[in-house]
Design a protein around this ligand. Structure first.
Ligand code: C8R
Length: 250
């Protein structure tokens, strides 16, 4: 009476088990290339292989950002060029920014193959094993050199380095430090902006209805201006949350 249902549940669980990490990433890769009219052939296989070698057989706390250089190189050979004047960065505004970017034709890292492949995924390996894991992996702050964190650092650095023309960043005006030195935006992306191809950065400071916060009243934004240096023009606009429904911030 007890064993049979348990066995049944286990079998059912195995059947309904979500696709493996490899299947998921290859499916995303093929979907992306198809949607963008890019010829694929073995590209997704190649991409999976260079992704894999970044962390498989390694201790999940010993995967440095540069482990992803080969993946980033492989993806850049397959994928499309940066879109000048429409690139959008963000910090602590993930939900809002993607909706807004889609509606108003801005492009975030997740709109490029590299970010699209790994958005919302967790992965790691284990030393002495060929396996890939999606559970039991170190989280963002468990250790510095974990596979997920190192990936976003290196991908963000490459994305920022490619920013050209007028770029944008959506920051959360409802928190204490919209420009937080610990964020990937501040600690990685701003440092990789290239003033020989990028002209300006415009902050879209998203505020709650009725909030009287201004760009000038925010202390953290002064640090952003300093960090940008004198070769990049800084602009800032307060955008009440309801205004994100329109594209009039242009
Ligand atoms: N960027 C960083 N992290 C990203 C990301 C991305 O594009 N996409 C995802 N899914 N993540 P935050 P931040 C995940 O603290 O640190 C780029 C990572 O797992 O709100 O300033 C992007 O270009 C990570 O844990 O923002 C953007 O401009 C959180 O989301 C900044 O870096 C990071 O969320 C955002 O990084």
């Amino acid at each position: 009476g007890f064993i049979a249902p348990v066995i049944l549940a286990v079998i059912l669980g195995l059947i309904l088990w979500p696709d493996s990490l490899q299947e998921k990433i290859k499916k995303r890769c093929e979907t992306y290339l198809e949607k963008h009219g890019l010829p694929s052939q073995n590209d997704c296989e190649k991409i999976w292989d260079s992704f894999r070698q970044a962390f498989v057989e390694k201790d999940p706390c010993e995967v440095p950002p540069d482990a992803y250089d080969s993946l980033i190189h492989t993806v850049s050979q397959v994928s499309q060029e940066p879109t000048c004047n429409r690139m959008m960065f963000w910090s602590k505004t993930k939900e809002k920014v993607h909706e807004f970017a889609k509606k108003c034709s801005y492009v975030t890292l997740e709109d490029f193959l590299l970010g699209f492949l790994l958005d919302n995924l967790t992965w790691c390996g284990k030393s002495g094993s060929q396996e890939t894991f999606t559970t039991g992996c170190p989280s963002w702050s468990d250790c510095v050199n974990n596979p997920v964190r190192s990936f976003w650092i290196q991908a963000s650095a490459a994305f920022a380095a490619s920013a050209c023309g007028d770029a944008f960043v959506m920051l959360d005006g409802a928190i204490d430090m919209p420009y937080n030195p610990d964020s990937t935006f501040a600690s990685v992306e701003v440092k990789h902006f290239n003033s020989s191809i990028m002209k300006s950065l415009t902050v879209l400071l998203v505020t709650k209805e009725g909030d009287t916060k201004t760009c000038e009243s925010d202390e953290s934004l002064k640090h952003l201006q300093t960090d940008l240096g004198s070769n990049l023009k800084y602009q800032c606009k307060v955008v009440p949350q309801s205004q994100l429904q329109t594209c009039i911030v242009d």
